[in-house]
Design a protein. Structure first.
Length: 138
């Protein structure tokens, strides 16, 4: 069995995540509460912004590390955990100060993992189809 060399792109994951956030928040708004729908949108926005920031910081860290300056490479390595602490701090403030709905926020956060699974499956199936069309054993 050959694995596809194609990987899902960040932009494809983000697009799928935006659609899942819209669907999930609409369903929560209809069947549960408007506060849960708002929490879902907020949770989804947090993970989308987190993935976007992680992609930028990761690209910068790799670019700096390949350049050879050790102090900048150390900063790039520290930026990722620092970003994590900032995101956790902002989420903590949102829960304690604004009192967002935890259930909706959790559903919004879970849309990211669902989007990754959907895009990985889509990319894998696309790779199998192109491999089978070119005559390879899939």
């Amino acid at each position: 069995m050959m694995l596809s060399s194609n990987w899902p792109t960040i932009s494809a994951i983000q697009r799928t995540n935006a659609v899942l956030i819209a669907i999930t928040s609409a369903l929560l708004g209809i069947w549960y509460s408007p506060q849960a729908a708002l929490g879902c949108v907020l949770g989804g926005a947090v993970v989308m912004a987190n993935l976007f920031a992680l992609a930028i910081i990761g690209r910068l860290a790799l670019a700096v590390a390949s350049g050879g300056t050790s102090s900048a490479a150390k900063f790039g390595t520290l930026a990722i955990p620092l970003k994590l602490f900032v995101v956790i701090g902002l989420i903590y403030l949102a829960f304690t100060r604004v009192h967002i709905d935890g259930l909706g926020f959790g559903f919004g956060v879970l849309t990211q993992m669902t989007a990754i699974i959907i895009e990985t499956a889509r990319t894998s199936l696309r790779g199998r189809r192109s491999g089978a069309a070119s005559g390879e054993n899939a």
